[in-house]
Write a protein that binds this ligand. Structure first.
Ligand code: CU
Length: 316
């Protein structure tokens, strides 16, 4: 079953702005607690949102946070351009380097297809430009992952529509093994809400473990996770860095993931080998298992997303 949609005209939509702040890079509270605080009118942010509170949303849901706003700008065909407006309304021109870059631009369609992770170039006026990663028609979400100098890390997200004939794709079924560019990647572990979960990805080629992965963005792999339904963007941290004396260049790369809720997530592992970056994708289901044991991610979860293993379900 496929849904074909004709998208009329080019449009850039702004995401709904949720009233909460988010501190990144820390262990999250359980989702229910965060939501209950979020619903409390007393926590409605004031004009002074900077500095953050214990009230957190996952990254990427907001187009504007802590005074910083992601603004796509007109660009020639084949190029994607944007800027970050700062608290003073002017484009930010100074950024800290994180994971080897000042700006990470991640895009994926709303159906979680078409993932790309690219690094735009900063012009002196604060405009970021890159060969467009929007590979074809669709409803895309673009995430800018950056740290403004003097501020805290942010991931802002904005919707971008590329017109044309769109064939929506069902989310692939959960799996623990995938292939990309001749590599086989196996996932061990599963995310669980409210705790830091260890996810290990093991890379092999032609049946042989790959033991000479190349550093990419300061690690032997870079993992992004997006939640099905709203494309919440999750911070996933590599466990160990090249040269720290304990982290080997494969075949296993371990990450520490924090998911905010049950549900289906798409994982995108960027790794470099042979001078090229490859992206392995997995669908995983986060299950609120009562024990610390990792549930088997190969089957549907008993709650939430039980139909994701059914090929061809629609996204109407
Ligand atoms: Cu990046």
């Amino acid at each position: 079953m496929r849904t074909v949609t004709r998208l009329a005209g080019f449009a850039v939509g702004l995401a709904a702005v949720f009233g909460a702040t988010y501190g990144v890079g820390r262990v999250v509270d359980t989702a229910p607690a965060a939501e209950s605080r979020h619903d409390d009118a007393a926590t409605t942010p004031t004009a002074d949102e900077r500095g953050g509170t214990g009230d957190r949303l996952p990254g990427g849901l907001l187009v504007s946070e802590h005074g910083y706003t992601l603004e796509p700008v007109d660009a020639p065909a084949g190029e994607f351009a944007f800027r970050i407006a700062g608290p003073d309304g002017r484009p930010v021109t100074r950024y800290d380097v994180a994971h080897d870059k000042q700006m990470h631009l991640i895009v994926a369609r709303r159906d979680l297809s078409g993932f790309r992770h690219v690094h735009p170039e900063l012009a002196p006026d604060g405009t970021w430009r890159v060969d467009t990663p929007l590979a074809g028609p669709g409803q895309w979400r673009a995430f800018a992952d950056f740290t403004p100098t003097g501020g805290e890390p942010l991931t802002l997200g904005v919707d971008v529509t590329v017109p044309g004939e769109l064939t929506e794709r069902p989310l692939p079924a959960p799996a623990t093994t995938t292939t990309v560019d001749g590599y086989t990647v196996t996932l061990t572990g599963a995310p669980q809400p409210g705790r830091t979960s260890s996810l290990t990805l093991t890379v092999s080629r032609d049946g042989q473990p790959v033991t000479d992965l190349e550093p990419y963005l300061g690690a032997y792999g870079h993992l992004v996770a997006l939640r099905q339904g709203d494309l919440a963007y999750l911070h996933v941290h590599p466990d160990g860095t090249p040269g720290d004396g304990r982290t080997r260049p494969g075949p296993a790369v371990t990450f520490l993931a924090e998911v905010p809720s049950t549900g289906s997530y798409r994982l995108y592992l960027d790794f470099q080998h042979g001078g090229r970056v490859h992206t392995a994708e997995f669908t995983v289901v986060a299950d609120a298992a009562p024990t610390g044991d990792a549930p088997t991610p190969s089957g549907p979860a008993p709650t939430g997303g039980a139909d994701h293993g059914t090929p061809g379900h629609g996204h109407n």
